[in-house]
Design a protein around this ligand. Structure first.
Ligand SMILES: Nc1ncnc2c1ncn2[C@@H]1O[C@H](COP(=O)(O)OP(=O)(O)OP(=O)(O)O)[C@@H](O)[C@H]1O
Ligand code: NI
Length: 268
């Protein structure tokens, strides 16, 4: 077996909340999560809002909120991923496609934003190549984010995030609010990255987007990884799904066999 590209071992993220003078309480965001991603694998992470998906991404990228505490081990390409190494890899070997297009700078032209981090002598050339790869016309480079459509902004986010040196792409909810064609386009771009050899961690609410391109689907609930299922098991009645939680999640979808009371995220 090929060794994993990324390995999470007993990863926890917590928050300290001040509940009074000199009194604190720790709130858990992610609990003892262990997970591997193989080189070139597309792994989807699904789970309800607040289940810890974005925290998981931020923990890998070393960009957790300042009030978060993290424990556990993260290994990238066989070596621990510490802060010093992350600074070198982020934006080069590890890319982040953030949850919101609001992460773009509203006061900078999108061309300039795409050129950030590119080698100055060839930055313009690379930016043009990235624009053409993501179907953006050359003159779009001179525009500001507010002058672009939602679909174009998504493509700009890809162009700012993805470098040809990339080995791990973390995409946080890249498809919400997009119509079917645009979703298909985003998924195609992610698949292309994987075909180029990169591992892709796709965070999404959308089981159908997840199973369309991922080989495995990790299911999170209240900060814990409940199960990792084969994407192909999310079909029919869900009988092939290994974990009852995944089965319940699948069957609770209105288009499957929805039955009141089967909502697994409503924990008692
Ligand atoms: N800065 C913070 N301080 C305190 N708690 C936080 C902070 N950021 C996140 N949390 C908590 O951690 C939990 C997980 O948040 P996270 O953003 O990872 O959820 P998510 O699965 O990405 O949700 P969504 O699908 O809505 O994006 C939430 O309950 C949230 O309240
Ligand atoms: Ni999130």
């Amino acid at each position: 077996m090929t060794p994993p590209l990324l390995s999470l071992d007993d990863l926890s993220v917590g928050f300290t909340r001040y509940t009074g003078v000199a009194r604190t309480r720790t709130v858990t965001g992610v609990t003892s999560l262990s997970l591997d991603i193989a080189p070139g694998e597309i792994l989807a992470v699904i789970g309800a809002s607040g289940s810890g998906k974005t925290l998981l991404a931020q923990a890998i990228l070393g960009i957790l909120p300042a009030n978060a505490t993290v424990s556990g081990r993260i290994t990238f390409d066989g070596t621990p991923l510490d802060e010093r190494r992350l600074r070198k890899l982020r934006g080069r070997e590890i890319s982040y496609i953030p949850q919101s297009v609001n992460n773009l700078d509203p006061l900078m032209t999108v061309g300039k934003q795409v050129r950030i981090g590119l080698d100055p002598p060839t930055a313009r050339e690379w930016q043009r190549a990235l624009f053409s790869r993501y179907g953006l016309a050359d003159d779009v480079a001179r525009r500001y984010p507010f002058q672009l459509s939602g679909g174009m902004l998504r493509r700009v986010l890809f162009a700012t995030s993805v470098r040809d040196t990339v080995r791990l792409v973390i995409a946080d909810e890249p498809t919400p609010g997009l119509h079917a064609d645009a979703v298909a386009e985003v998924l195609r771009h992610l698949r292309e990255l994987a075909e180029g050899g990169a591992s892709v961690l796709l965070i999404t609410h959308d089981i159908f987007a997840a199973t369309a391109i991922a080989r495995r689907v990790a299911v999170m609930h209240e900060g814990a990884l409940r199960t990792v299922e084969a994407a192909s098991a999310f079909t029919g009645d869900g009988d092939d799904l290994e974990h009852p939680f995944a089965r319940a999640l699948w069957r609770a979808l209105p288009q499957n066999q929805f039955s009141p009371g089967s909502e697994p995220w409503r924990s008692s």
